[in-house]
Design a protein around this ligand. Structure first.
Ligand SMILES: Cc1cc2nc3c(=O)[nH]c(=O)nc-3n(C[C@H](O)[C@H](O)[C@H](O)COP(=O)(O)OP(=O)(O)OC[C@H]3O[C@@H](n4cnc5c(N)ncnc54)[C@H](O)[C@@H]3O)c2cc1C
Length: 399
């Protein structure tokens, strides 16, 4: 898609500039000019009183032979030789989708020194592992990922590609989609195959999480989706011996516009919330940063990590990486204890798949109780100390 401005027709009236929500168009020497911030939303097209602006869409419908595209792929991301958990979650979902489409499941991993793990992908029902090997790909290079993946995708033509919505996945997925004119839906929370068309149905929250949109990309292939860690569960389902295809790439630093100077590790080794088995989370109802000591104490006796609603991050009661919800982390611990959290939809989407949810809230009508398996109606400042004492007693009895 592109925006075309007819310089002859443009009168320099500025209606388009006023209509653009993104600063994507400006007047230069009295003629409208598109800037790098244009999102192709088309607001300027409607605003132009002299029809000098048009949005040109290429029609891919007839150009793509969809029958050439087969198979479900998962791109395996890793950091410092550790494969991200989301990869196993996507492989489990990918196997389901591949079964429905009656096609194979392939995992693609770019890196160095992964020979020993390649076969273990078979535990997740993978039929083929494509290993793009290069010394340089030990670390993430955005443009080399885009280059290597675009090439193999163009060559092998998968119909579905699943990618973790991790910082790196969010970086290379849209760049590949743009390069290949593929459809991409970011941050999906549900994936299904449409019965009659066999298109991928990609569901994700929209309008601030107030509604769920199901998106199809029926005229382009491959269909690409990013999914946040924790949305799907990882299950070892098979003991397959996958076919392993190794592709050697002789990338050199000069092939990339990026040069990695230093890899800085996070200072404090907190457990990532997405990996925590127990989370005690606090909301505005906790009352203050000082009061969070109570939440911390409960977390300590339970061996839990601390989390919170967005309000607690905005009020600076907790660090940013502790936020649970739509704009924070999606978590699926064995136990989630929500203290003084109302249960706004944006919070629920980040924790409702937890195995057991306990909610403590003084308002019996708080929406958090609609997802809680156990609810305690009461003042958390009175309830939590009692809980802590009881847990300590049980622990002492066990010792
Ligand atoms: C685009 C967008 C994205 C967002 N993303 C997120 C997100 O990722 N995560 C997130 O959490 N929110 C997010 N929000 C904000 C969300 O809409 C809510 O505002 C937020 O979750 C509310 O936080 P809360 O439950 O802590 O506070 P409140 O809604 O104010 O609830 C406080 C609760 O504490 C209870 N309470 C008060 N005192 C006590 C007490 N002494 N004992 C027991 N209970 C008590 C009250 O009854 C109430 O239910 C987002 C909003 C938008 C618009």
């Amino acid at each position: 898609m592109s925006i075309i401005i007819d310089d002859e027709l443009c009168t320099g009236c500025g209606s388009c500039v006023a209509s653009c929500p993104f600063g994507g168009i400006e007047l230069i020497e009295n003629v409208a000019v598109i800037t790098g911030d244009c999102t192709l939303c088309g607001a300027c097209v409607d605003a132009c009183p002299v029809e000098a602006i048009t949005l040109e869409r290429e029609e891919y419908i007839d150009k793509i032979d969809k029958t050439l595209f087969k198979g479900v792929w998962v791109i395996a991301e890793h950091f410092q030789e550790n494969i991200h958990n989301v990869v196993y979650q996507l492989l489990t979902k990918g196997r389901e989708l591949a079964n429905e489409l009656n096609v194979s499941l392939t995992v693609v991993i770019l890196g160095d020194d992964f020979e020993e793990v390649l076969e273990t992908f078979g535990d997740y029902g993978v039929d083929e592992v494509i290993y793009i090997k290069s010394k340089l790909l030990k670390n993430y290079y955005s443009d080399l990922y885009v280059k290597a993946l675009s090439e193999i995708i163009e060559d092998r033509k998968p119909e579905v590609i699943l990618i973790g919505a991790t910082p790196t996945g969010r970086d290379f997925a849209p760049r590949i989609a743009k390069k290949l004119n593929a459809g991409l839906t970011a941050d999906c929370t549900g994936l299904e195959i449409e019965e009659d068309t066999k298109n991928l149905l990609q569901t994700r929250p929209t309008f601030g999480g107030n509604i769920m949109a199901t998106i199809r990309t029926p005229t382009s292939r491959p269909q690409m989706a990013t999914v946040r860690p924790g949305i799907f569960k990882a299950n070892k389902i098979a003991k397959k011996k996958p076919k392993i295809t190794t592709i050697i790439k002789k990338f050199e630093e000069k092939d990339s516009v990026t040069k990695i100077l230093k890899i800085v590790k996070k200072q404090k080794e907190k457990i990532n919330l997405e990996d925590a088995e127990i989370i005690v989370a606090g909301g505005r109802g906790v009352g203050s940063k000082e009061n969070f000591k109570l939440i911390e104490e409960l977390a300590e006796v339970l061996g839990a990590e601390m989390g919170g609603s967005r309000v607690t991050i905005e009020l600076n009661w907790l660090d940013q990486d502790r936020q649970v919800g739509q704009t924070g982390k999606t978590v699926t611990p064995k136990l989630y204890v929500a203290c003084g959290i109302s249960g706004a939809i944006q919070h629920l989407v980040g924790m409702e798949n937890s195995e057991i949810i306990v909610a403590i809230n003084k308002d019996p009508n708080a929406p958090i109780f609609s997802v809680a398996h156990y609810g305690i109606v009461g003042d958390l400042h009175k309830v939590i100390p009692v809980l802590i004492d009881e847990i300590k007693k049980v622990k002492e009895e066990e010792e």
